[in-house]
Structure formats: structure tokens, C-alpha cells
Ligand binder design. Structure first.
Ligand SMILES: Nc1ncnc2c1ncn2[C@@H]1O[C@H](COP(=O)(O)OP(=O)(O)OP(=O)(O)O)[C@@H](O)[C@H]1O
Length: 395
């Protein structure tokens, strides 16, 4: 039986409450000690039929250590803002991973470390390779080359459910809810590949039933957390886009992950649910879950990321604290280079968002520079390759 005294997401910190107190992981940031994310396994001995075979059913509980806001600031204060920078306590380390489609190098990441217990925002222009990168390290696609590890254990050649079993799950840009299954069953499916999938379990119904009950209880717990419990018996197809995103997060959490990779969790979600999704993502981090998420909206990135990684043309071209992103010329260039013709994006109050916000900042800086030099604004036909320092837009 699982040990119920072992902490797990949702138990040691209220989702909307204060972050759980730090157990001092940041203070003791030596790699070996800090990497002690413990997987507790519980053994259930069963007698399967006349041969009295014994099997072990693994029930995963991960011991997550939450970092406080000041722990995280301290950690990242010591990290250099450059591609591939070492982190004090990386949960993921990637080396020389590449993936080519036809002639296109979709991903070519030389080195990347993801800090444990923090929210890392992954940004980049369309086609930068973000989704492909997620696919590669979660086992949904195979790289041409490269190695990567979770807690120091190599993950190469693993299929997604094996990766999930080791503690890393992902969600998709386009949600994958099964429309003709109930909301509850969709969440229960998140446990597939985790428990009871062994064929022997099917021959031992008393174990199977026990696990079924545990899986159902856990699914209900997660539905309550994401305020979808009233919809448990509805078909997933009846949910709104935003509710499907919540459903997908609930399903991902069935495996008690240490790290969740969220691919554009806010895309297609109405503003009311966006705030709720952001709070859920922060509360996961506050419970000790590491979060990596892809997002285009710079306001969202600045709001919730502890650290930002920028990709362009398959490569990591910059890393930075979120509020220093605008200072980084490589980031500005990545967004502008070859993307002058991309559609402009504005929020419902007419403020530029995403790549458009970066462009607006650069245009503003170019105008200011021209005026300061006593020039005529009609002369601003081209943005300078090396713009003066960009400013916060005050949003
Ligand atoms: N299955 C595929 N077959 C062929 N080319 C692909 C495939 N998947 C991705 N690509 C190409 O690889 C590059 C990276 O795509 P990817 O979807 O990873 O970028 P992205 O940063 O996630 O973009 P977006 O922000 O638009 O989702 C693009 O040029 C894309 O067209």
C-alpha cells in the first residue's frame, strides 16, 4: 500500500494558499544533496492463481521539496544569462540534441539545464522548435542525436509512458481529450502505464479493483482541484477549450510527476480561465513540481516565469530572468528577424502582446533615438540592427 504519510502534490500545500515552506533545498544547493527527489515504492504481495506467483505493484509517490520565492530569487541571481548556463540544481540536463525534418534543422540544442522547483518559460518565434523539443525529451519523437537526463538518469530511447513513470509528463498545444469518454475517465486514463497495467494485474482482480479504487479516488481529487468535479460524468467533448486544458493538466498529474511540460497551456483559453490556469501553474510550482511551459504572451511570461529560455531556428539563443528579456538583443532580433510580416497581435484593450509587444518596444526606441538626434520621424524607414536599450512598456 502507498504510504499516505508521504507528501505529494495537493497534500502539503493548499493550491491557492501560501507556498509550502522551503525545506532548504536552495540553501543547500550542492547537486548531490539537492537532487534527492525520492521515489517511494510500495510493494503489494499477491498470490496470483495456483502457482502462487508474487508480483510487485509500484505505487509512485514523489517527495517534492518546494522552494520559496526568496529561495528561487537567490538561486537564479547566481545564474548567468547565457545559452546553456549551468543551474544550481538541474532536474533536466540536455546535451547535443538534434532533430531534422527534410532539410530543416528543427532542433539543435547544444546544452540546456532546467532548474528544479521553478517555472521555466520557453519562448521563441513560430517554428523555433519548442514543440519538437518537448516531443523529443518526453519520448514522443526520436532525435537524430543527443542525450538527456532526468535526475541524472538517461531518458533516451524511452517511450512516453516510461518517461512519465520516471516523473516527467507533458500536455499538448491541441488538447487530446477523448470526446466520447467522460471527464472522469479521461483523467483516470492518465494513470495508464503507471499502475496495474501489467498483464498479471489483470489476472489478479483483487489487486486490480484496489488499484481501480485508488485511481478513481485520485481522479476525483484532481477534478476537485481543477474545479471540474461537477463535470465528472459529462462527456469531455462537452467541455470548453479552457476546461479541456484544465482536464489535460488534471490527467497529467495522475502520475504524480516531478516535472510537467506544458505546451501553450493558455492558447485558446478565455481570459477568465487564463487567470485560473496561471494560478494552477503557480500552485504546482509552489508545491515543488518543476514546470516548463511554452507561451507566446510576454505578459504571462513575465508574470509567472522564474527563468526564461529563448529558442530560435532550433537553437537556444538566450536565457534570462524574465524582467531582463527586453535587454537581450538576441531575443529582440530573433523575434524580428524574418518575422516583420507576421500578424500583429493585440489584447482586448488594444495593447500589443507577444512578438508584437517586442516589436512595439523596438519601434518606440528607434523613434526616441531619432528624435533625440534631432531627426525627422519620416526618416525612420528601418529599425537599427543594434537598437538602444529597450524599456519596459509599463504593462
Ligand atoms: N512532423 C514534422 N514534419 C516536418 N516538419 C516539422 C514537423 N514538426 C515540426 N516541423 C518543422 O520543424 C520546425 C520547428 O517546429 P515546431 O513546431 O517545433 O516549432 P514551435 O517553436 O513549436 O512553433 P510554434 O510556436 O508555431 O508552435 C518548423 O520549421 C516546423 O515546420
Amino acid at each position: 500500500m502507498p504510504d499516505d504519510s508521504t507528501p505529494r502534490p495537493g497534500r502539503h500545500s493548499a493550491p491557492d494558499g501560501d507556498p509550502a515552506p522551503s525545506a532548504g533545498r536552495a540553501a543547500s544547493s550542492e547537486r548531490g544533496e539537492a537532487a534527492a527527489s525520492v521515489e517511494v515504492t510500495a510493494s503489494v504481495e499477491v498470490t496470483a492463481g495456483p502457482s502462487s506467483d508474487t508480483m510487485t505493484v509500484r505505487a509512485t509517490r514523489r517527495d517534492l521539496t518546494a522552494l520559496s520565492a526568496s529561495d528561487r530569487s537567490r538561486l537564479f541571481a547566481g545564474v548567468t544569462a547565457e545559452p546553456g548556463s549551468p543551474k544550481p540544481d538541474p532536474i533536466i540536463v540536455v546535451d547535443n540534441i538534434s532533430r531534422t525534418f527534410g532539410g530543416i534543422k528543427a532542433v539543435q540544442v547544444d546544452h540546456l539545464e532546467v532548474q528544479r522547483g521553478a517555472i521555466t518559460g520557453l519562448i521563441g518565434p513560430n517554428g523555433a522548435g519548442k514543440t519538437t523539443f518537448f516531443n523529443l525529451i518526453t519520448g514522443f519523437d526520436k532525435p537524430d542525436s543527443g542525450t538527456w537526463s532526468l535526475n541524472g538518469d538517461p531518458l533516451g530511447r524511452m517511450v512516453p509512458h516510461q518517461v512519465a513513470r520516471r516523473g516527467m509528463v507533458r500536455t499538448f498545444q491541441l488538447t487530446k481529450a477523448l470526446a466520447k469518454l467522460t471527464v472522469l475517465d479521461n483523467v483516470r486514463l492518465g494513470a495508464a502505464g503507471q499502475r496495474g497495467e501489467h498483464f498479471l494485474a489483470a489476472l489478479a482482480p483483487w489487486v486490480w479493483r484496489k488499484q481501480e479504487a485508488e485511481i478513481t479516488d485520485r481522479a476525483h481529487e484532481l477534478l476537485r482541484r481543477f474545479k471540474l468535479d461537477a463535470k465528472a460524468g459529462d462527456f469531455a467533448g462537452s467541455l470548453s477549450g479552457g476546461q479541456r486544458k484544465l482536464l489535460e493538466m488534471a490527467r497529467a498529474l495522475m502520475t504524480d510527476p516531478e516535472i510537467v511540460m506544458l505546451d501553450e497551456p493558455m492558447a485558446g483559453v478565455n481570459p477568465a480561465l487564463t487567470q485560473s490556469l496561471l494560478e494552477h501553474i503557480k500552485s504546482l510550482r509552489d508545491e515543488g513540481v518543476t514546470v516548463v511551459f511554452v507561451e507566446h504572451d510576454m505578459d504571462v511570461i513575465r508574470d509567472i516565469s522564474d527563468w526564461v529560455v529563448v529558442m530560435a531556428q532550433g537553437q537556444v539563443i538566450a536565457e534570462s530572468l524574465p524582467d531582463r528579456l527586453g535587454d537581450n538583443e538576441a531575443v529582440v532580433d530573433a523575434y524580428l528577424g524574418g518575422h516583420h510580416d507576421q500578424a500583429l497581435e493585440f489584447d482586448d484593450q488594444g495593447r500589443p502582446v507577444g512578438a508584437t509587444a517586442v516589436l512595439a518596444e523596438k519601434v518606440e526606441a528607434a523613434i526616441e533615438a531619432t528624435l533625440e538626434e534631432g531627426g525627422d520621424l519620416s526618416e525612420v524607414t528601418e529599425l537599427p540592427p543594434s537598437a538602444p536599450e529597450t524599456k519596459e512598456s509599463g504593462r
